[in-house]
Design a protein around this ligand. Structure first.
Ligand code: NDP
Length: 405
């Protein structure tokens, strides 16, 4: 029984709040706060009609620490689940420290003016959280999040040493729009237009962005989906797994993209629409990426007509009792089933469910700690059980397929 404050009423926030409301024995008092109160109230009304539960809502500017502290001091939550944008991570962490509240998020901090995401800014809060006796869990969505839990689980149950991890993320769904992103367009496009990095033999190796000549890709046959072209991409969990999975030599992240998506992205980039600096337009200052975001479909709005499956999982290669072992752990999720349950598409669902489960682990005292943690540093077993129970069942099988060298 406890109070949770969820910040951010977008596609992911909608799922987190509804999944928390499905578990009133753990989340007995829920507040949803975001920049736009109407979006919070829409979710509140859904929850009242779906589960006959009253949640509280509030307007908050999560860039403003004083505003956040005031809200936390009046509601007094035990935990804040941050599903606003990566830009707000540090202000929300600062407010949690001031108000004495535990913290969980799904994406690492990113400065507004540089398309760069790294854990260094949040890892720098280690001593502050430790000294305050507070617990911060970073990156508890699907990837990062479940992919880190899969790694900890494989390490605990299947391996003496993991030498290689390949994370494969496939969205084989169809939303019917010529071009749309599955989570916040600004954050998504900043992520996929970056120079690609993967971890090999103790250092980062750079390859061209997915839309440039020389990008690395191959066709992988995804269970329940079939072959899809998968592109090497930098993703934030590589950074923490390289530190926390002892002895790992290589970690790569692959994501599927259609030719259509890549062509749109290439054109948008080439004409300057993905720029994140201000340009002068007839006397007005405009950030092209922000303007583009305002034109693209809201990711939450894709949910109603989305069909098809996602498959996200990890392939491990390593040693157990002196023998080579290869394992594949993955989840398959159905867009339409997510919509039927919580009016969301599968990308929001696969992010929001693990955020709720992470929150549940903290509220029940199953995951405890003082300081800042990535999820692979915590016990994977209760989380893996909860994935099966709360909507993201996983499969583990031996892997004998081919991966690029
Ligand atoms: P949305 O853009 O749909 O939602 C973001 C929400 O945050 C919106 O409601 C927005 O308000 C609110 N918000 C933004 N700025 C502020 C602010 N200053 N103060 C208060 N509220 C604010 O994004 P998604 O729901 O798609 O994504 C949410 C998070 O989940 C992102 O950080 C994303 O990176 C992460 N994510 C993680 C994944 C994982 O697997 N780990 C996968 C997918 C997403 P408004 O409605 O007014 O715009």
């Amino acid at each position: 029984m406890g109070k949770v404050l969820i910040i951010g009423a977008g596609g992911v926030g909608n799922v987190v709040v509804k999944k928390c409301a499905q578990n009133p024995d753990v989340f007995s008092d829920i507040m949803l706060a975001s920049r736009t109160l109407e979006k919070c109230d829409k979710i509140k009304n859904d929850i009242k009609s779906m589960y006959n539960i009253d949640i509280k809502t509030a307007q908050v500017d999560a860039d403003n620490v004083a505003d956040l502290v005031k809200l936390m001091n009046s509601f007094k939550p035990e935990l804040v689940i941050n599903v606003a944008l990566p830009y707000q991570d540090l202000t929300i962490m600062d407010a949690c420290l001031e108000a004495g509240v535990n913290y969980l998020d799904t994406a690492n901090y990113e400065p507004l003016d540089t398309a760069k995401f790294e854990y260094k800014w949040q890892w720098a809060y280690q001593d502050k959280f430790k000294n305050a006796g507070l617990f911060a869990v970073l990156g508890c969505g699907f990837d990062p999040g479940v992919t880190n839990v899969f790694s900890a689980y494989a390490q605990k149950h299947f391996y003496d040493e993991i030498h290689q991890i390949d994370i494969l993320d496939c969205n084989a769904g169809n939303h019917g729009h010529p071009f749309a992103t599955n989570f916040n367009p600004e954050i998504n496009i900043r992520e996929v237009t970056q120079v690609v990095r993967h971890w090999a033999d103790g250092k980062w190796v750079e390859t061209p962005p997915i839309i440039e000549e020389g990008s690395v890709h191959f066709s992988f046959n995804y269970p329940q989906i079939g072959p899809r072209e998968s592109y090497l991409l930098y993703h934030e969990e590589l950074e923490s797994l390289a530190v926390n999975i002892k002895g790992v030599k290589k970690i790569r992240f692959w994501m599927t993209f259609s030719e259509n998506y890549l062509t749109h992205l290439k054109v948008l980039r080439n004409v300057g629409m993905t720029r994140i600096d201000e340009v002068d337009y007839e006397g007005c200052k405009v950030v092209p990426m922000k303007f583009l975001k305002s034109l693209l479909p809201d990711p939450a709005s894709l949910a109603a007509n989305y069909t098809g499956l996602t498959n996200i999982g990890n392939i491990f290669d390593g040693i157990k009792d002196g023998k080579r072992v290869r394992k594949y752990i993955y989840n398959v999720c159905d867009h339409a089933a997510c919509y039927r349950e919580v009016q969301a598409q599968a990308i929001s669902y696969t992010t929001g469910v693990p955020a709720m489960i992470g929150g549940m682990m903290i509220m029940k005292g199953i995951w405890t700690g003082k300081g800042v943690y990535n999820v692979e540093q915590l016990d994977p077993d209760p989380f893996m059980d909860a994935l099966n129970k709360y909507g993201l069942p996983w499969v583990v099988e031996d892997f004998d397929g081919e991966l690029p060298a």
